[in-house]
Design a protein around this ligand. Structure first.
Ligand code: M6R
Length: 614
């Protein structure tokens, strides 16, 4: 995810673009950059955040300009550094572009352009796009708007772009497909943003560019919009903004946590993109591809992490053992680092972390490396310390997670673990092509099944109302859903401050059952193929002690539906994939309880998003 900003008009473009970038920084902060034109093109970019860019720009470029574009980057193609930072300039030095999205066929286009004599400084797909536009502009002898349109019709992928030509600095051309782009309309001035926050201070008039549309934005002259596919001119709707800035920053959701819960279908699509290739029946995961022998010959995998990432690791244990038949141990990073763990040759340590900065996980990785382990990182934040410390690894592509309670990080971590286990299981010959393909097909359907699970939000809110005043809560699950019970309990604890415990359902009778009474609700995950009858027996044991049951069940269930006090359905899938679905109602339940109790959902007391101290 990246943020793009642009301005053309009579005001100082630098101030507007920089403030816009500050507001879009939640979209990524691997690098930032700005391009301004005032008799010459001035480009300044830097690895890191907008404030670093401000310092660099003040020292190095003229800040006087009436046209400018800017970018804050969450790296996809190419490591985050000054060269890969946007804006990117075309070979003839005339076109400058910012881009949010991924050009999937960039490698093919790049090779064609190289054959035509083009050269590339960065590893980005965006530099390919700006050169393709330049090539079309020169060979077809067309204006920039037309060149953008023709170039984009050759492109496969997602984009929101803003591009201008220093030879004709009275227009900015924008286009979008799959990535958002908003245009603010002022008096003789135009604003561009990935969302409306960059221009909320200046105008309330906005056009949300539609999929597959191009706009040629001019300050004092007529602005033009048309379809990329067929040239037809369009008159877009001009809407009036009524929202407050703070609301829009959360994408219209009341809290970042709720927004992030709802982002999970997209986050998983992003995690699977370019990796799960359904039609080819393959998984591409370069971190594994490059080290496949190590994984197929591994004697043992130790997964380390903290909090939610540790819970994802526990799901990973079940997945790896089932699909790739490798023994797995899951360790709290904080314990691992202070034990004297036994690491043998051929052992692999997988470190899981959303932030990539968790001190305990980082220290545990260093210890594992000292002991000779091959350390593989699963991380969300590009270029973070844990990614640098890993021998190899893979990103989750969940996008920035701002709410302190981790949600989309958890489901994308599990998604990556499935991809890894499936790839290794197939390479080892543990699973047949048929089983492998069935998993791929089901995994591919998970985003829409999560969407369906999210549609029960209102019902979950009503259940939250019924149990919000409890002081204790028990979460039970078995097999693949035992770690989900732990995660459900953690979510409730950290944002509502209600004491909650997660247990394997069968362990209840060894102690926790003593707590059951009419004041203690129990959330039970009772999926159709997850030791169903045994979990039903647990439910009956709780009910005979007057305990209230909130059951997470599979669509089509009859028995638990009849006996539970409340139930929430999830769509059917392969049992080992159910954690990706059963997690959703538990996140929503905690969220609604915390909101009803008036807690600070996004910034719960005593917690921080990234725990960089012991
Ligand atoms: O960034 P990490 O995944 O390494 O963070 C680990 C934990 O601090 C984190 O999961 C924490 O438990 C969350 N607040 C849970 O919602």
């Amino acid at each position: 995810m990246c943020g793009i900003v642009g301005y053309i008009g009579d005001k100082n473009a630098y101030e507007i673009v920089i403030n816009g970038l500050r507001r879009l920084e939640y979209r990524g902060y691997d690098s930032s950059g700005i391009a301004l034109y005032n008799s010459e093109l001035n480009v300044c970019k830097t690895k890191g955040k907008v404030e670093k860019l401000v310092k660099k720009a003040k020292k190095n470029i003229s800040l006087e300009a009436n046209i400018g574009i800017g970018h804050t980057r969450w790296a996809t193609h190419g490591e985050p550094n000054n060269v890969n930072a946007h804006p990117l300039i075309s070979n003839n030095g005339s076109l400058v572009i910012v881009h949010n999205g991924i050009i999937e066929n960039y490698a093919t286009i790049k090779n064609e352009l190289i054959d035509k004599g083009y050269n590339f400084k960065s590893e980005t797909d965006t530099e390919v796009l700006v050169n393709l536009i330049e090539y079309v502009q020169e060979t077809e002898n067309v204006k920039l708007g037309k060149a953008v349109q023709l170039a984009l019709s050759q492109v496969v992928g997602a984009y929101a772009i803003a591009v201008f030509d220093k030879k004709k600095p009275d227009e900015i051309v924008v286009a979008r497909l799959g990535s958002p782009l908003a245009i603010g309309i002022g008096e003789s001035e135009m604003f561009i943003g990935s969302d409306v926050t960059p221009f909320l201070d200046f105008t309330r008039k906005v056009i949300y560019l539609d999929e597959g549309q191009v706009g040629v934005l001019r300050n004092h002259k007529e602005t033009k919009f048309y379809e990329i596919s067929n040239d037809s001119i369009i008159s877009p709707n001009i809407e009036t903004l009524e929202l407050e800035l703070s609301e829009i920053e959360k994408g219209g959701f009341d809290h970042f946590m709720l927004k992030e819960i709802h982002e999970q279908p997209k986050a998983i699509i992003d995690t699977l993109r370019g990796r799960l290739k359904l039609n080819k029946g393959i998984i591409k995961l370069s971190g594994i591809d490059n080290n496949l022998n190590k994984f197929t010959s591994a004697n043992k995998i130790t997964i380390i992490g903290c909090g939610t990432s540790w819970h994802a690791g526990l799901v990973g244990e079940y997945i790896f053992e089932k699909i790739s038949r490798i023994p797995v141990e899951v360790e709290y990073a904080s314990e691992f680092r202070y034990r004297d763990p036994i690491i043998n040759p051929n052992d692999i340590v997988i470190a899981i972390s959303q932030s990539g900065e968790t001190a305990d996980t980082l220290a545990a990785m260093k210890l594992a490396k000292e002991k000779g382990a091959f350390v593989f990182g699963i991380c969300n934040v590009v270029g973070s310390s844990i990614t640098r410390e890993s021998n190899s690894g893979t990103y989750t592509h969940a996008g920035p997670e701002i709410g302190v309670a981790s949600t989309k990080a958890f489901t994308t971590q599990i998604t990556v673990l499935y991809l890894m286990a499936l790839k290794i299981g197939k390479a080892k010959g543990i699973i047949s092509n048929n089983v492998f393909n069935k998993y791929l097909a089901e995994l591919n359907l998970i985003p829409e099944k999560i969407e369906k699970s999210l549609s029960f939000n209102n019902k979950i809110e009503e259940i939250a109302d019924q149990i919000k005043d409890s002081t204790n809560c028990l979460y039970l699950g078995r097999g693949f859903n035992f770690p989900v019970a732990l995660e459900g309990a953690l979510k409730l604890k950290e944002i509502s401050y209600i004491h909650a415990e997660g247990y394997p359902a069968a362990e209840m009778k060894h102690g926790p059952i003593a707590l059951i009474d009419e004041n203690m609700p129990t959330v039970v995950i009772a999926t159709a193929k997850g030791h169903y009858e045994k979990v039903v027996s647990n439910i009956r044991e709780i009910q005979s002690r007057k305990g209230k049951i909130i059951a997470i069940i599979t669509e089509g269930d009859k028995d638990v539906k009849e006996i539970a006090d409340y139930y929430i359905e999830i769509p059917e899938t392969i049992e080992s994939l159910t954690p990706l679905l059963t997690t959703i109602p538990l996140q929503l339940l905690s969220y609604h309880i915390a909101v009803k109790l008036g807690k600070n959902v996004d910034q719960p007391r005593n917690l921080a998003k990234s725990v960089t101290v012991e």
